[in-house]
Structure formats: C-alpha cells, structure tokens
Ligand binder design. Structure first.
Ligand code: ATP
Length: 307
C-alpha cells in the first residue's frame, strides 16, 4: 500500500493579465506549498474505486464547521479524474483501491481537489509502475485542472499561462501562516466571472516581481508590501465577512493578511510559529475552519502507511 500527503497551496500573489481567445484567463501567480495536507492511500485492485476515509479537520486547531463545500466521492472527484487521465495517457485499464481523507477545506482557494489529483498522479505512476516523469505528470495534470501542474511540482513557483508555465524558485525561509475560512466556500468559476464584470481600475494588483525578489531574500516586510490578490475585492463583495477576517488577522499581528486563490480562505503571515499560534488563540471565539500551517519546500510526499 502507498500513502501520500497531498499538500495544499497558498498564493503569495495572484494577478490576471488578460483572457485568451478560448476564454481561459492568463494568470501570473506566486504559489507556495504549505504543510496542511489531505491523505491518499492507494492499493492494487482490479477495479478503480475511491472511498471517503473521513474528514480530518483537526479539532485542536480548527472546528471545520459549516464552511466546507461537499466533496463528491464519485467520478467527479478530481482523484478519479486524475486516475482516468493517467490510464488514458498510459493506455492501460489497471485499477486501484483509493481512500482519501480530507483536511484541506474545499472551496477555499487552497487547491484541495487539485492537490489530491496531483497525489493520485504521482502515487498511481508508482503503483502501476508507469514511466512518467514529473514534467509528463504535470502535462497530464493540466487536463484535469489548471492548478494541478503546480501541485504536482510543489514548493515555490511562479505560475504563468493558465497556471501551467511554471518556474521553480529557490525556497524562501519558512513562513508561518494562520488560515481562516470565516464563511462558506466560494466557487472559483463564480469569482472569475464576477472578475470579468469588474472594471479593472477597481482592482488592486500585486507587484509580482518585487514579491518574488522578497521571497528569494526572505524579506518578509518587502513581501508584505508587494503581495496582493486581484480577486480579493471581488470575493469580498460576495462575502463581506472576508474583509473583517483580513483586518482581524492584521490586528492580531500578521505582517500582512490576504486571500488565497479565489477564496474563501484568508491567511495571516507571521515570521515565527509562536506568533502564529498566539494569533490563532486570539480567534478562539470565531467560527469557521482555522489552523496554523507553514510553508514547505515540496508538495506531494510519500509517507510510511502507518504514520
Ligand atoms: P482551487 O483553489 O483549485 O480553485 P478550491 O480550493 O477553491 O480550489 P477545491 O477544494 O479544490 O476548491 O474544491 C472545489 C470543488 O471541487 C468542491 O466543491 C468539490 O465539488 C469538487 N471536488 C472534486 N474533487 C475534489 C476533491 N478531491 N477535494 C475537494 N473538492 C473536490
């Protein structure tokens, strides 16, 4: 049996440069793997199946209540879609018993489903003795979703194109994050469509190159000054609670608070674990998924099955 951790991501920056003729948005993002992860178990089997191994929102750091969008445990799950894409690319019909334990909130902008797809590609490539390289798995992953290539690669990347043009960057020093999903999940499609109807002058954009340089030198203050998510105001319009959460995290000492992806998770950036833990304690009376996590230099990781 194989066991994999499918790590979530956050955006340090998210910019949209335009729209292609086929309707896809041209992205420019700094994306970062974080420790918060789902767990995927894979075993050989005649059939391809996926089971729900329980929702693991950890009670010591977050209550996970109410916010999570339902995750389908059928052919619509991105794990199954990734497995089918891999079968197709390899021209095989092998099966696997797959079990998934969710820890990453959904509709969160943390790429939870895409991380699971990435773990399925990397894990099944090994389980089925397939020869695909990471680059090839990224290409197969792109047929499943635009964020999947980054989640296959992991670490710290600049992601351009629709998310598939990846440049790996030297990992920055570890940063500590307080995650908070103060309201219901948001649909990525809905937020992008609202973005398309928002006048550009209403939207604040990141200074991506400055943020990238700040990450390379570990200058958290410079990073905090140049981070921005162009979708933040669009999501705040739909969920005003997000704005309050951002201000609250900054009042609790975050160097900067920002929304990740299309939301609805916001995070506060801290340069030490103790500060992040203290801020999390300050959110004790709040509702919604809350947790401390940290940046990681790699994405999907194999772990011994019993741990
Ligand atoms: P992204 O940042 O990539 O847009 P997200 O974090 O906003 O993603 P996800 O958690 O990936 O959102 O899930 C969005 C929707 O995808 C869910 O509401 C669910 O219906 C569907 N989905 C399919 N497979 C999965 C999966 N393995 N885990 C979570 N959601 C899944």
């Amino acid at each position: 049996m194989l066991c994999l951790k499918a790590r979530a991501k956050i955006n340090w920056t998210l910019d949209i440069l335009g729209r292609r003729a086929d309707g896809y948005h041209q992205m420019d993002m700094l994306m970062q793997s974080v420790r918060l992860a789902d767990t995927l178990w894979l075993e050989e089997s005649d059939r391809l199946t996926l089971e729900d191994a329980g929702q693991g929102f950890r009670t010591e750091t977050g209550d996970g209540e109410a916010c999570a969008a339902p995750v389908p445990f059928d052919e619509n799950n991105l794990v199954v879609k990734a497995a089918r894409a891999l079968q197709k690319a390899a021209g095989i019909q092998k099966g696997a018993r797959m079990r998934l334990r969710k820890e990453i909130p959904s509709g969160a902008g943390m790429g939870g489903g895409s991380a699971d797809a990435a773990a399925a590609l990397i894990g099944l490539n090994r389980l089925w003795n397939l020869p695909f390289s990471t680059d090839e798995l990224e290409r197969i992953g792109l047929t499943v979703g635009a964020d999947v290539p980054f989640l296959v690669r992991g670490g710290l990347c600049r992601a351009e194109g629709i998310g598939e043009k990846l440049t790996s960057l030297t990992p920055a020093p570890q940063g500590w994050l307080v995650l908070w999903q103060p309201c219901d999940g948001l649909s990525t499609g809905e937020i992008f469509s609202a973005f398309d109807h928002t006048p550009p002058e209403k939207l604040a954009r990141p200074q991506t190159l400055r943020a990238q340089q700040a990450l390379l030198t570990g200058d958290w203050a410079a990073l905090a000054a140049s981070m921005k998510n162009v979708l933040e105001e669009v999501s705040v319009e739909k969920r005003p609670e997000l704005n309050r959460a951002l201000r609250r995290l900054e009042a609790l000492g975050a160097l900067r608070a920002m929304m990740t992806g299309s939301g609805s998770v916001v995070y506060g950036l801290f340069d030490a674990q103790e500060e992040a833990e203290a801020a999390l304690a300050g959110l004790d009376n709040e509702k919604g998924f809350r947790a401390v996590t940290c940046t990681e230099a790699e994405g999907v990781r194999f772990i011994p099955p019993l741990s």
